[in-house]
Design a protein around this ligand. Structure first.
Ligand SMILES: Cc1cc2nc3c(=O)[nH]c(=O)nc-3n(C[C@H](O)[C@H](O)[C@H](O)COP(=O)(O)OP(=O)(O)OC[C@H]3O[C@@H](n4cnc5c(N)ncnc54)[C@H](O)[C@@H]3O)c2cc1C
Length: 466
């Protein structure tokens, strides 16, 4: 049977694209090479990491904060096996949900590795080696990304792990060495620190969370250090000796110089992710890649070969699940002649540590570099009533607004529940709000989002509680 659309990959980009296409009346199929649907995000990314972050945060709270609120419980005992099972149950529920949605939307799902034999022809090789060729009008590639590796440091997913192995360590490592102070390194480093590991993070750049607003990065680093994480910045791991019982990592200054050795029981390599296009047959088809191996697409997600589109981690832009989802919806709408579109100026980015860090729009550094005049409104959680009573006063809200028009250009949050709070800022930016619009919007009391309103008022130097 010929399809209107075949989507290769069922991560958040692929499965959402398939559902939207089916809603719009396209006869749609998906091809997935793994046993379960949902891609990196549901199986080995967002969902399992958030399950462990949630459980480990409660574990830490039970040990440190409950007594301060008058809750007397004996010191919490870790049952790691059960915690990992809790995470797996969460993943299972989510991937089954995708299966259900495919059936509900009458999407045909094929398990196997897809290769594009020609535009309009997708060859699916099942795990048992059987091959079939499916015919289709359009193909969307949503094959996502894979772990970036370091030359000479081999990931065995036991002692030297990627994020995937770090989600399933069978015991808490006494010493965990994290390579890379990006989102994944800090999130998974936080999980194992809370569960008892001594965590050292080696980062090539001179601060954590490269690319984010400088003030947020400095505050985040201070708070993580207070929690016990040790940072070795402007440094690089050049080798890991695995010959003994203990791993020995060679760490050098980024610019070169005398090396030192750091011992660890587990090393987590979290230096980023790379687009995944293996086995798709792109070279033979003449599908153009960009300088970083991503599929080059135009404004409409069309590749250089007619009939082949691409979305998500495999194309340019932030490697985030919600960005992939929105592109999935946009490309499905474009395929039926609608005006599918993603506003890349309003894509939030959240780090689910404690405190959480959530940003949308431009940083101060970016605005300075672009020569844009801006005003800053800042409000600390120490001055927010709800944060005070909850004992979650770390962090602040910072709003950057255009000096001439007052239009919000960037919002930077560090604090408890920042990941949920950023939604209001994203919506405001999507609607082209000014700081004054947010400042004049009634916010429920007592809530943490009142700090967003106060930061907006602070843009015009009229915050009330400061
Ligand atoms: C530990 C970790 C935590 C993360 N946490 C977050 C988070 O909290 N929030 C967030 O927004 N993002 C997070 N991410 C990033 C997020 O997972 C990705 O941005 C997102 O999954 C990208 O979606 P995608 O659809 O482009 O690709 P993927 O989710 O990578 O899915 C691609 C799918 O394509 C399949 N595939 C590949 N090649 C073929 C082929 N030839 N044939 C058939 N199938 C194929 C793969 O098996 C896979 O299932 C995290 C990532 C990691 C690793």
């Amino acid at each position: 049977m010929a399809y209107d659309l075949i989507v290769i990959g069922t991560g958040p980009g692929g499965y959402v694209c398939a559902i939207r296409a089916a809603q719009l009346g396209l006869k749609t199929a998906v091809v997935e090479k793994e046993k379960t649907f949902g891609g990196t995000c549901l199986n080995i990314g967002c969902i399992p990491s958030k399950a462990l972050l949630h459980a480990s945060e409660l574990f830490e709270e039970a040990g440190h904060s409950f007594a301060k609120m008058g809750i007397g419980v004996p010191g919490p005992k870790l049952d790691l096996k059960e915690m990992l099972a809790f995470k797996d149950r969460g993943v299972d529920g989510n991937v089954k949900g995708v299966d259900f949605l495919f059936k509900k939307n009458k999407i045909d799902a094929f398990h196997g590795t897809a290769r594009i034999a020609a535009p309009g022809k997708v060859e699916v090789k099942a795990n048992d080696g059987q091959t079939q060729v499916l015919e289709t009008k359009s193909i969307v590639i949503a094959t996502g990304s894979d772990v970036a590796r370091l030359k000479g440091i081999e990931i065995d997913e036991k002692r030297i792990v990627s994020s995937t192995g770090a989600l399933s360590l069978p015991e808490v490592p006494k010493r965990l060495l994290v390579i890379g102070a990006g989102v994944i390194g800090l999130e998974l480093g936080s999980v194992w620190r809370r569960l008892g590991s001594q965590v050292t993070v080696v980062e090539f750049m001179d601060g954590v969370l490269p690319g984010m607003d400088g003030e947020v990065r400095r505050q985040a680093q201070r708070l993580f250090e207070k929690q016990g994480m040790v940072f070795k910045l402007a440094s690089k791991v050049t080798a890991v000796d695995t010959s003994g019982k203990t791993l020995k990592a060679t760490v050098e200054p980024a610019k070169g110089g005398a090396a030192e050795t750091i011992e660890a029981d587990v090393v987590l390599v979290s230096v980023g992710r790379v687009p995944y296009t293996d086995g798709l047959g792109l070279k033979e088809l003449g599908v153009k890649l960009d300088e970083r191996g991503r599929i080059a697409v135009d404004h409409y997600y069309a590749s250089s070969v007619p009939g082949i589109w691409a979305i998500g981690d495999v194309i340019t832009g932030p490697m985030l699940a919600h960005k992939a989802e929105d592109e999935g919806i946009a490309v499905a709408e474009i395929l039926v002649g609608q005006a599918g579109h993603v506003n890349y100026d309003a894509v939030p980015n959240v780090v689910y540590t404690y405190p959480e860090i959530a940003v949308v729009g431009k940083s101060e550094e970016e605005l300075k570099a672009a020569g844009v005049a801006y005003n800053v409104g800042k409000f600390p959680f120490t001055a927010n009533g709800r944060a005070k009573v909850n004992m979650t006063t770390e962090g602040f809200v910072k709003i950057l607004a255009d000096a001439k028009t007052d239009r919000v250009l960037g919002v930077h949050l560090i604090g408890a529940d920042a990941g949920n709070m950023i939604a209001e800022a994203v919506l405001a930016m999507e609607f082209g709000a000014s700081a004054e619009d947010i400042a004049r919007t009634c916010h429920a009391h007592p809530t943490l989002p009142e700090a967003v309103k106060e930061a907006a008022m602070a843009v015009a130097k009229r915050a009330i509680h400061m």
